[in-house]
Design a protein around this ligand. Structure first.
Ligand code: ATP
Length: 368
């Protein structure tokens, strides 16, 4: 089967990092029999907005909808603003999440060789944060209320349907994992502020209802403020986290600090019928066009895409492809090939070359 990948490079470092991810995916397709990927390059972003007055043409949205998966780089430039003064990326992503029902923002947090995070032993972090991505404090995005000119409001929206589906996603995900580093227990933690907000007390109540259907997975709750501290002090206690949209937005960047920063943090925006994969970071205009960006987060997002497609289509070739890609990133970084943000010397494109070469090497070994 040929999988069509809607590929949107975007602005800033987006084109550089997506090109490296596509380079690596092409190498994987070359060496794993039965993997056939077709990349459709799409237009869209802040530069496109400056030239055309819209973020992306209709063909981009149509292709994203019909493709098997979406691979996205980054968007936005501080000098190019939307009418409400904000940057492009938020508008594009929030619209895509709503349009395609991408309710689970999935952010794996784990160590890769050469990364310098907050845990020197590098053994205590292996978790996934699942951020509800269609409601919460982002529900009124683009439509927040001006009350008097001196007073503004955005509203927290929590629904039973939205909470149930994201909680279910978190428990199903926990079933596929090896549990938390502390004791190997499969565990889901609901992060909320149920002691103060009625909406988040409801989030917890609905979450508990879902948890009751998964007796094989342990479950607890944490209040977001003290949780932020515990996450830094005891990351080994956590396996899968599920939380409201805004809390997830903040906590996922914080969690990335545990394992060495944004250049290493992949993400997937996943729904029942569509999914979009992109690095957790933005367009980094300060280093754009210099071949200095770290493409690891984007390459690992591409790995998540292969994994999602493999499960969705029950495709063993794609499963093997995802596994090969993961092993190749690890082996490349273990060999000391690192980009400048990690203290190495490799430009973005040379790092991509190195991973693609490792894919061919390991792929040939597996095939023998
Ligand atoms: P956004 O709000 O659009 O997500 P942000 O405020 O999170 O953007 P980023 O553009 O993600 O900001 O990045 C912040 C800084 O981190 C960048 O200016 C850059 O110096 C560094 N950075 C981000 N991503 C990378 C990367 N892939 N490689 C190297 N450095 C990066």
């Amino acid at each position: 089967m040929t999988y069509e990948i809607a590929t949107l490079r975007g602005d800033g470092i987006g084109p550089e990092i997506v090109d490296e991810a596509v380079k690596v995916l092409r190498a994987v397709a070359e060496v794993v029999p039965g993997v056939d990927l077709e990349f459709t390059l799409l237009e869209g972003g802040a530069d496109y907005y400056a030239a055309h007055g819209e973020l992306a043409p209709a063909t981009t949205w149509k292709t994203m909808e019909s493709a098997h998966a979406i691979l996205f780089g980054s968007m936005g430039h501080p000098d190019i603003r939307m009418p409400d003064g904000t940057e492009a990326q938020g508008h594009f992503i929030v619209n895509a999440r709503k349009k395609f029902g991408l309710y689970a923002g999935v952010r794996p947090i784990k160590f890769y060789p050469g990364a310098k995070g907050l845990d020197p032993s590098q053994k205590q972090v292996d978790l996934v944060l699942v951020r509800e991505s269609t409601e919460g404090l982002f529900a009124s995005f683009g439509g927040g209320a001006e009350i008097t000119g001196e007073v503004y409001a955005d509203t927290m929206i929590i629904t039973r349907k939205g909470t149930e589906r994201v909680a279910r996603y978190a428990f199903e995900l926990a079933r596929t994992r090896n549990g938390r580093p502390r004791d190997g227990a499969r565990h889901v933690t609901c992060v909320d502020k149920a002691n103060i907000f009625r909406s988040l007390a409801f989030f917890r109540e609905v979450y508990d209802g879902v948890a009751a259907g998964y007796p094989d997975i342990s479950s607890d709750h944490a209040l977001v403020d003290s949780f932020a501290m515990l996450l830094m002090q005891h990351p080994e206690r956590y396996d899968v986290l599920v939380t409201e949209n805004m809390f997830g937005d903040i906590l996922s960047d914080l969690a990335a600090a545990l394992v060495g920063g944004l250049g290493l943090a992949p993400s997937g925006d996943i729904g029942d019928d569509h999914a979009m994969f992109q690095p957790a970071h933005g367009s980094a205009p300060d280093i754009a066009g210099q071949d200095r960006a770290n493409p690891v987060a984007t390459i690992l997002s591409a790995r998540m895409m292969l994994d999602w497609l493999a499960r969705r289509h029950d495709d063993d070739a794609l499963r093997a492809a995802a596994d090969l890609l993961e092993r190749s990133v690890v082996a490349t970084m273990e060999s000391g090939a690192l980009t400048v943000d990690l203290g190495g010397t490799l430009p973005c494109s040379r790092f991509g070359d190195a991973v693609a070469a490792t894919v061919r090497e390991l792929g040939a070994e597996t095939g023998r």
